[in-house]
Design a protein around this ligand. Structure first.
Ligand code: HEC
Length: 134
């Protein structure tokens, strides 16, 4: 009685083992599939207020309070950052690519990693895009 159960269980275990090459599309956090990601989050005034707060703590020192790319650390780190108040700045990046950079970082930028929830990072995508809409 044990043996058939084991035989049934083994392929199941194998299927869920993390070492298996993924049969599914790449997980949302990997840069490979990131460009196609679509924002799953519906922003609310509350969620945008939270995104703005986190932006103030984690992003404004480089990208500037209003996204103009003139934060306090720019000179020290010798950064040259895009001005997000210019609609052209982010036009070539998809929401998924922006999400991926916010999560994983890029170059001298450290990403949020696990510090922020995915929902909050999606709201930051919306926030970053909104800088050119004022
Ligand atoms: C240490 C300074 C620093 C911090 C903090 C930082 N960034 Fe960046 N960010 C950069 C740099 C430098 C680049 C350009 C990276 C490259 O292309 O090599 C960048 C790139 C980006 C991009 C891609 C578009 C572009 O400008 O090239 C986005 C979007 C972005 N950052 C958003 C954010 C957000 C949102 C936060 C806060 C969660 C954040 N950044 C925090 C320095 C920073």
């Amino acid at each position: 009685m044990l043996k058939p159960l084991f035989i049934l269980g083994a392929p199941l275990l194998f299927a869920f083992s993390p070492q298996q090459p993924a049969a599914n599309p790449a997980p949302s956090s990997t840069p490979a599939g990131a460009a196609q990601l679509v924002n799953p989050v519906k922003s609310t005034p509350e969620s945008m207020a939270r995104a703005k707060k986190v932006y103030g703590y984690d992003c404004a020192m480089c990208h500037g309070d209003n996204g103009n790319g003139k934060g306090d650390l720019v000179a020290d780190l010798k950064l040259s950052l895009k001005d997000y108040t210019d609609p052209a700045a982010l036009k070539d990046l998809s929401d998924g690519e922006i999400f991926s950079i916010i999560k994983n970082g890029k170059g001298k930028m450290t990403g949020e990693g696990d510090r922020a929830k995915p929902d909050d990072m999606w709201n930051m995508v919306v926030l970053v895009r909104s800088f050119s809409k004022k």
